[in-house]
Design a protein around this ligand. Structure first.
Ligand SMILES: *[C@@H]1O[C@H](CO)[C@@H](O)[C@H](O)[C@H]1NC(C)=O
Length: 175
C-alpha cells in the first residue's frame, strides 16, 4: 500500500516537471501565444513578450541581399530584401527546404543601386514576393529588360511587375 502511494507521488512529480519543461520550451518558440497559463507563468510571460518585441524590432530593419541568376543566359543580379518573411522564405529556398512557390516577383525601378551595380534597374526591395509560377506578362530576361527599360511598365511588364523565369536564387551575400 505504502509503496503504491509512493509510486503515484513519484509519477505525479515527474509529470509536473515534464509538463513544466514543455511549457517553458513552448514559450520561447511561440510568438504571441498566450493561451498557456500555469501557476507561476506570469513572470515568464512578461519576459518572453519583451524578447519577442526586441527581436521583431531588430529584424525588420535588417536588409538581406541575394544573388539571383538567369540560368539560361548566365546573368546575375543582386536583389535586396527588407521584408522579414520573404527573407526567411528566400533562405529556405536556398537551403532546399521549400520547392513550391519559388518564383520571385517584384516591381522594377530604373536606376543603378550600389548593391546591384551591373544593371540599370533593380527590384524594389519591399515589393518582393514568391509565387508558384512565372506568368508570360511579367516574364522577360534580365538582358531584355536592360535593353528595353524605357518601354518597361508600358509596352511590357504591366504595373512594372517582373517575374523572370529560368531564374534561381543562388546564395545570400553580404553588402
Ligand atoms: C519566360 O521567358 C523566357 C525567355 O523569353 C522563356 O524562355 C520562358 O519559357 C518563359 N517562361 C514562361 C513561364 O513564360
Amino acid at each position: 500500500m505504502k509503496l503504491q502511494i509512493f509510486i503515484i507521488l513519484m509519477l505525479l512529480l515527474v509529470n509536473i516537471l515534464f509538463v513544466g519543461a514543455i511549457v517553458s520550451k513552448d514559450y520561447s518558440k511561440c510568438e504571441g501565444s498566450n493561451n498557456i497559463v500555469t501557476h507561476d507563468a506570469s513572470k515568464e510571460e512578461v519576459e518572453v513578450k519583451k524578447t519577442t518585441t526586441t527581436t521583431t524590432t531588430t529584424t525588420t530593419t535588417t536588409a538581406a541581399y541575394f544573388l539571383m541568376k538567369d540560368i539560361v543566359n548566365d546573368d546575375e543580379i543582386v536583389v535586396k530584401m527588407t521584408n522579414q518573411n520573404e527573407i526567411e522564405y528566400a533562405r529556405s529556398i536556398i537551403a532546399g527546404r521549400v520547392i513550391d512557390n519559388i518564383q520571385l516577383v517584384g516591381k522594377i525601378n530604373a536606376g543603378v543601386q550600389p548593391w546591384n551595380p551591373n544593371w540599370k534597374y533593380y527590384i524594389e526591395p519591399s515589393s518582393i514576393r514568391f509565387i508558384s509560377n512565372s506568368h508570360p506578362e511579367c516574364n522577360v530576361t534580365y538582358k531584355y529588360l536592360e535593353k528595353n527599360l524605357r518601354l518597361a511598365c508600358r509596352a511590357f511588364l504591366p504595373k512594372c511587375y517582373w517575374c523572370p523565369s529560368n531564374t534561381k536564387l543562388l546564395r545570400e551575400i553580404s553588402f
